[in-house]
Ligand binder design. Structure first.
Ligand SMILES: [Zn+2]
Length: 157
């Protein structure tokens, strides 16, 4: 597995692949089929121990089992995350903005009725890396805020 590591603002090494895995599992609710076993040695069929999906060894390699998509480093995949947020219908406003410093702001305004009261919550992420900022915003919507993400990413494996 390829490991992308970058320095964050405090100079610590961060494992972006771990962030991709968090986004896949916690936000996109996908199984990345990390733990597998052979159920059939003759035809080399593998089964995911988590979701029990089965596939031939060739199909497993083709589909990249065990790896999350590069959501936090590749805008094509980050856009899938943003579309998922948009299609959820939970946000009255989703904004991506860039200022003169080339820092991106990702703002999600969540609007929900609690009793008779319209409750608004804004998730605000600022980062110079847009795919990374989108991932942080998405994880915040499932209860993992950016401080927690930074802590997780800085932990040694
Ligand atoms: Zn699985």
């Amino acid at each position: 597995m390829m490991v992308f590591q970058y320095l964050n603002q405090t100079g610590s090494m961060m494992n972006y692949r771990l962030l991709d895995k968090l986004v896949a599992e916690k936000f996109m609710e996908l199984c990345i089929h990390e733990n597998t076993e052979y159920i059939n040695n003759e035809s080399m069929v593998l089964q995911c121990l988590n979701c029990h999906e089965q596939a031939s060894q060739t199909a497993v390699i083709m589909a990249g089992w065990g790896n999350a998509l590069s959501y936090s480093t590749d805008m094509n995949y980050a856009w899938e995350v943003f579309e998922e947020l948009r299609n959820s219908g939970k946000y009255c406003c989703l904004t991506i903005k860039s200022d003169y410093n080339y820092v991106y702001d990702v703002d999600l305004i969540l609007s929900e009725l609690l009793g008779n009261i319209l409750h608004k919550r804004t998730i605000h992420i600022t980062n110079e890396n847009l795919p990374f900022a989108i991932c942080l915003a998405a994880l915040d919507t499932v209860g993992i805020n950016q401080e927690e993400v930074y802590k997780l990413l800085e932990e040694k494996d």
